[in-house]
Design a protein around this ligand. Structure first.
Ligand code: MLT
Length: 328
């Protein structure tokens, strides 16, 4: 009964917030990466769930505005009408691209309204199935004996897979052993890995778990500080720190943003709908299966998320600058 009251109260808050929003016009979530990749997957699962948490009347569309490490899609949303009908779902690239690109067309902390964080996603270092190595140690030896012959795929300059490949190559000083191959998203990059056209990739678990499970790629390590001991599949892989890469830690996160100037009542309504969606058992279950950790209310908070992104920008800048000396 208590739960029923809570649900009714939450729904009342939603309807009390912004009269007439969203109306019959759809809410477009712009994904700045290719369809079929990890960001797209989060957006589609969230859109489906928010449709429910906004009372069923809201219509959501997912639009893939691909290119330049997510900055094309982010620019599009920064310039969109601030009416709540165009939102951006971006990841750690929101904080990494200012250091990875000489110039971007928007200021991450000034040109958006922050709606809140969605999830955290570990990354995995994965190789094509034909690689002879089966463990991270075998793999380290393999890189040494194949210097200059290997290539590593990523989803384009500024993507999370690019950031991870940059940081990992710099940590193992492996740049001379590898050629970097950029794709338009990790969806197509993963296809190239599975097909054996590229040797390696460091990618989000949302994109790798099913491939590892099916034996279509080999996993060597995870990028989190602590082992993923609760995940039935990922618990079997060591962290890069355990493999001797001191201090290595990279976790992708996703957040949602609206153009600057979106009315506060609309933002509140969207934020409340997001909070409810992130508690949806089905959404949590789907994310969990892919190794993603859905955040709790305190982080689905505009001010907390903005402070977090500011801290990430400050943290990543020196790391990226140092890594760029060893890899591209
Ligand atoms: C994607 O959705 O393609 C990825 O999130 C790209 C990436 O590695 O950042």
């Amino acid at each position: 009964m208590k739960r029923l009251f809570a649900a009714v109260a939450a729904a009342t808050v939603l309807f009390a917030n912004a009269q007439g929003f969203p109306g019959s016009k759809p809410i477009t979530i712009v994904v700045p990466f290719a369809a079929g990749g990890p960001t797209d997957l989060v957006a589609r699962q969230l859109a489906e769930t928010m449709r429910k948490t906004m009372g069923g009347g809201a219509n959501f569309l997912v639009e893939n505005a691909v290119g330049a490490g997510g900055t094309i899609g982010a620019t599009k949303v920064a310039r969109a009408a601030p009416d709540g009908h165009t939102l951006l779902l971006f990841h750690i690239g929101m904080a990494a691209t200012p250091a990875l690109y000489k110039k971007i067309a928007y200021k991450p902390l000034e040109d958006f309204e922050f709606l809140g964080m969605i999830n955290e996603v570990p990354m995995t270092l994965v190789g094509k199935p034909q690689l002879p190595a089966n463990t991270y140690r075998d793999f380290e030896n393999y890189i040494k004996t194949n210097a200059g012959k290997l290539n590593i795929a990523h989803a384009g300059l500024g993507s999370a897979s690019h950031l991870c490949s940059l940081m990992w190559q710099s940590a193992v000083k492996a740049n001379e052993a590898m050629t970097t191959i950029p794709y338009g998203g990790t969806g197509p990059a993963m296809q190239a890995l599975v097909g054996g056209q590229v040797d390696l990739m460091c990618d989000q678990t949302t994109n790798t778990v099913q491939q590892i499970q099916a034996g279509r790629v080999k996993a060597f390590a995870v990028t989190t500080a602590k082992p993923l001991s609760k995940h039935p599949l990922l618990k079997d892989y060591p962290t890069l720190q355990e493999m001797g890469l001191k201090g290595f830690e990279l976790t992708v996160w996703h957040g949602m943003y609206a153009p600057k100037g979106t009315p506060p009542a609309v933002l509140k309504q969207l934020n409340e709908a997001m909070k409810l969606a992130l508690k949806d058992p089905d959404f949590i279950k789907k994310q969990d299966a892919l190794g993603a950790i859905v955040v709790t209310d305190a982080r689905v908070d505009p001010a907390a998320h903005k402070a977090f992104v500011a801290a990430e920008i400050a943290k990543l800048k020196p790391l990226i600058e140092a890594a760029k000396q060893f890899a591209d």
